[in-house]
Ligand binder design. Structure first.
Ligand code: FES
Length: 159
């Protein structure tokens, strides 16, 4: 009985070892995952009123902030996600930055038009770190003065 696979198309001495045929497939999956899961997610509370009286039909400052960033764009690799509350209502507008294996940061007191570049700059700096920890002096000034919370990644030990 021939157990070498000779005579079967694609199997035998001319074919790549069977275990190697899975390598390109696995590499493809890894690349696909890298392209579809951004390293950084920017959460924006669309319910924030920023201390203002806002009518039922009016656009809230948080929703305006989300719209402005959606329309004007974010740095590459950052996904924008709207959320309904980050429990920082009295100090809105509120955003959070998070990512797999990274510290999560919540920032407040943001303005829907004045802080667009600050948010883009801070999000890009966050994206460019392996763990989300941007050195203090390299953070945008508003981020340094308005950090509401920082939460360690699930994987972190002894924090
Ligand atoms: S309404 Fe924006 S944090 Fe609660």
């Amino acid at each position: 009985m021939d157990v070498t696979g000779r005579g079967v198309p694609g199997v035998g001495s001319d074919a790549a070892p069977r275990h190697l045929t899975f390598v390109p497939l696995l590499m493809g999956l890894k690349n696909m995952r890298d392209e579809t899961v951004p390293a950084t997610e920017l959460l924006i509370c669309t319910k924030c009123r920023r201390g203002q009286e806002v009518g039922d039909d009016a656009v809230r400052p948080g929703a305006a902030l989300h719209r402005e960033l959606s329309e004007t764009g974010l740095p590459e690799g950052i996904r924008l996600t709207e959320v309904e509350c980050l429990s920082n209502c009295s100090q809105g507008c509120t955003i959070a930055l998070r990512g797999p294996g990274r510290w999560t940061f919540v920032f407040g007191n943001l303005h829907e038009t004045n802080h667009l570049d600050t948010i883009r700059d801070g999000a890009a700096r966050y994206r460019d770190t392996p763990d989300g920890l941007v050195p203090w002096r390299e953070r945008p000034e508003h981020f340094r003065k308005n950090c509401i919370a920082r939460i360690p990644p699930m994987e972190a030990q002894n924090v």
